[in-house]
Design a protein around this ligand. Structure first.
Ligand code: FAD
Length: 446
């Protein structure tokens, strides 16, 4: 379809760039305004999150725009979690069935591929241009660059400008817009495990590593150069917290006592800890996402905490769903935008809650023997009844046809059943019997 419609996107992050590509492929004229410099010309800023987990929902969208294969080639499959105890013992737990995995991918590398892909489709990117104001009546953007300002008019404006969106701020100034932001008590800091000799991986390469410590945790994801990016999720305040580690001695002693096997692989720990920022974690919700011809999408509409590895994947799913609605409704934006927001809101609310819940699971339960047995039982049930019993993690991470809201509802039901199952006597010896598994299925059907 060829159209004269001229669309502005605020933000050239992963979601803005992917959406630009989708829309350019539909024949729209698309301009993207990004407040930062072109990251293709910039060196990576130290201390920023440099990799993230890409999973099925995100990949489906990337496949639709023709970039899935290129990105799969540079991603590192992570087949399961590897847990590190304080004593240095290691246990592992697959994420799903054989052949199911999540992908560690460079955040900036992915963003560059998306920007290049969108540019190749004719999208115009404008860097160092900050959206300062949006007029929702006239559909105009006020842009700031080098101390100057200009105002441009469009047929539609899409805010993909992240959790602290300027486009959303314009929506918030209008009547009947709900908004909430909730910071958790924990912040995060990125640290680094360098590659070993000849770019070798000093920890298991194809896994997401977790050091669960009940009230906090550290994780590590592999990078193609053999290094790992570690992220410490830690309370801001309290007896054991960012605030309590005041001196170099405090920091070193804490790490040696808490993550001894990791510290041995972190020669620059003190420098990284002192230099890299401590950042906060927020759940942000708003509604409606649409006013007149302006829409917010991705983190601008629904920022979630990172513990399900779904924030960007959810933003990519937004783009896919919007594109699908444009397909089925012949690019009638007046019809599509209200449908899009009402359909997606329940799903992004669901993933926001699931992500908060998963923090507790990761930092606390992953180290627990009952939890591991619970996961084994669920995995076996999934093997025996692949369509009837799908673990919640798999529904969220490895499915793109089960909506987040459905995964949440089904997951809650399965959790209730598993809570009862875990109270059954002699579980450790009986759970592999067929009688037992059929009993669980009957409980599910009841
Ligand atoms: P952003 O990535 O925030 O991009 C917004 C863009 O808009 C930026 O380039 C910004 O410079 C630009 N911008 C902002 N304001 C303006 C303005 N006024 N004018 C012009 N441009 C502007 N998600 C996953 O799926 N998997 C993971 O494993 C994962 N791990 C994470 C780990 C951490 C520690 C964190 C914090 C997040 C993680 N996420 C993960 C979430 C993921 O980073 C976000 O969901 C994703 O980046 C959202 O993309 P976006 O394009 O909507 O917003």
């Amino acid at each position: 379809m060829k159209t004269d419609k001229h669309i502005a996107i605020a933000g050239a992050g992963p979601v803005g760039s992917l959406l630009a590509l989708y829309l350019a492929k539909r024949g729209y004229r698309v301009d993207v305004f990004e407040r930062r410099p072109d990251l293709r010309a910039e060196t990576l800023q130290a201390g920023r999150s440099i990799n993230l987990a890409l999973s099925t929902r995100g990949i489906r969208a990337l496949d639709e725009v023709g970039l899935g294969d290129a990105l799969r080639r540079v991603a590192i499959p992570m087949h399961g979690r590897v847990m590190h105890s304080v004593q240095g013992q290691i246990s592992s737990l697959p994420y799903g069935k054989q052949g199911q995995f999540i992908n560690s991918i460079s955040r900036s590398g992915l963003n560059v591929v998306l920007i290049n892909g969108a540019e190749a489709q004719g999208v115009n990117f404008h860097f160092n241009q900050r959206v300062a104001h949006v007029d929702l009546q006239k559909t105009t953007l006020t842009l700031q660059q080098n101390g100057g300002e200009k105002k441009l008019a469009f047929d539609a404006i899409i805010g993909a400008d992240g959790a602290f969106s300027a486009v959303r701020a314009a929506l918030q100034f209008t009547d009947r817009v709900d908004y909430s932001q909730d910071y958790i008590d924990h912040g995060y800091k990125e640290l680094h495990i360098p590659a070993g000799p000849n770019g070798s991986f000093l920890l298991e390469k194809n896994a997401l590593h977790i050091w669960p410590r009940e009230s906090f945790m550290m994780i590590a994801l592999p990078n193609p150069d053999g290094s790992f990016t570690c992220t410490l999720f830690f309370p801001f305040e309290g007896a054991t917290s960012f605030a309590s580690l005041k001196t170099n001695e405090d920091i070193v002693a804490f790490f040696k006592n808490t993550f001894p096997d990791a510290v041995a692989l972190m020669p620059d720990l003190l420098h990284d800890y002192q230099t890299n920022p401590t950042s906060s974690l927020v759940t942000m919700k708003c509604y409606p996402w649409v006013k007149n011809k302006t829409l917010v999408i991705g983190d601008a509409a629904h920022a979630v905490v990172p513990f399900y590895g779904q924030g960007m994947n959810a933003g990519f799913e937004d783009c896919r769903v919007l594109n699908e609605l444009l397909d089925t409704h012949h690019d009638d934006w007046d019809v599509v935008l209200p449908m899009f927001q009402s359909q997606r809101k329940q799903d992004t609310d669901a993933i926001a809650q699931l992500a908060l819940d998963n923090f507790i699971e990761m930092r606390d339960l992953v180290a627990d023997a009952d939890f591991l047995l619970r996961k084994k039982i669920e995995a076996r049930l999934h093997e025996l009844y692949p369509e009837q019993w799908i673990p919640q993690y798999s529904m969220v991470t490895f499915h793109d046809t089960i909506r987040y809201s459905e995964a949440q509802a089904l997951g809650r039901k399965q959790k209730r059943i598993m809570d009862d199952v875990m109270k059954l006597p002699h579980l450790a010896t009986t759970w592999q019997s067929l009688d037992f598994q059929q009993l669980v299925r009957r409980m599910q059907e009841a």
